[in-house]
Each structure stands twice: as structure tokens, then as C-alpha cells.
Design a protein. Structure first.
Length: 181
């Protein structure tokens, strides 16, 4: 399986993208290959709290933070993006010191710690060649993953911060023409 240069990266929806699942989103592309791509939308905050999920799983939680909507696929599945903290053979290092883990055990440990973490329900998926085509068509802006953005900014503020960090103005971005690399 040949790896793609799209992972890891952040893809940022252009202002014209009207799909309700992805409008004004920042998505962490975790894996990309000739078989397709997998990512987590990182800037959609849900009304659910981590403590609610922990209570459902009968785990203790000392953190009062909101869960994010990671994408439209399998929204009953939780993903934990974290710095430090517990890792298992199921953890994937995204960038140096930042891990993605999909185990309840990791969430239970992080929910009782001082480690930085975010919880996402669901994910985004693309078929073979689909994400590459969308980037080429200019649906997404492509940029590097900076660990600070993953934990320090939320919602629409993250979308604007990433775009301005790329040296762009959202009001002057047009869809199409090959995107920004």
C-alpha cells in the first residue's frame, strides 16, 4: 500500500464549501493511501460533555470539557487525541508527542489526569482518490499539523486561525484552481 503525502495534515474547508458535515471545518487527516483516507474533524464542538460519556462507561471523570463531532461516520465511536498520557498498541502517533487512541481505557485514564486531550465522536472517510481529487479541485486548503492548534483553539475560531496562519484571508478565497499547498 502506497502512502499519500496527505497524512498527516490538516485540511481546511474553503468558505464556499456548503456541505453541512464539512462547512467551515478543520480536519486532521490521520491516514491516506491509495485505498482512501481517514480523518477527524477537530473543530466541531458538540453539546455532550466528556463527563457524560464517562458516566455511560462507568468511569470517573474530573474534567469538565465538551466532546467534538469528529465526522459523519460512526458517530457512536469515540477517538481520543492526546499529548502524553496512556498509549497502547492501538495508539497512533500523529505528529511528535500527539497520539490518537480509540480505547475506553485511554479515555478513562485521561479523564482523571492533567494531560491535554480532546474527544471526538465519529470520523470522516474518503474513498480511493476522493480526497486527493477534492484537494486538487480546491475544495480543501492543505497545511501542516501544528500540535498547538489541536488543543488550544476551538470551533470557528480554529477555522479562521488556521486560514490566517496560512497567510490567507477567508474573504478572498475562491473555490477551485488547485487549492493551496
Amino acid at each position: 500500500m502506497q502512502e499519500s503525502s496527505l497524512a498527516p495534515s490538516l485540511i481546511v474547508a474553503v468558505p464556499q464549501l456548503s456541505d453541512p458535515n464539512f462547512a467551515r471545518t478543520v480536519t486532521l487527516v490521520v491516514e491516506a493511501s491509495e485505498e482512501g483516507a481517514f480523518g477527524i474533524v477537530i473543530n466541531r464542538v458538540s453539546p455532550i460533555k466528556v463527563a457524560d460519556i464517562c458516566a455511560e462507561q462507568e468511569m470517573t471523570c474530573v474534567r469538565d470539557k465538551f466532546v467534538h463531532i469528529g465526522g459523519p461516520v460512526e458517530q457512536d465511536r469515540a477517538w481520543v487525541l492526546h499529548r502524553g498520557g496512556p498509549r497502547s498498541e492501538h495508539s497512533l502517533e500523529i505528529v511528535t508527542g500527539v497520539w490518537l487512541t480509540a480505547t475506553w481505557e485511554a479515555l478513562g485514564q485521561l479523564a482523571q489526569s492533567d494531560e491535554q486531550f480532546e474527544v471526538y465522536l465519529g470520523y470522516a472517510g474518503w474513498g480511493p482518490g476522493q480526497l486527493e481529487r477534492e484537494v486538487t479541485e480546491g475544495t480543501w486548503l492543505l497545511t501542516e499539523v501544528e500540535s498547538g492548534i489541536l488543543f488550544d483553539t476551538e470551533g470557528d475560531d480554529m477555522w479562521r486561525k488556521v486560514i490566517y496562519g496560512m497567510g490567507l484571508n477567508p474573504g478572498q478565497i475562491g473555490q477551485g484552481g488547485g487549492g493551496v499547498h
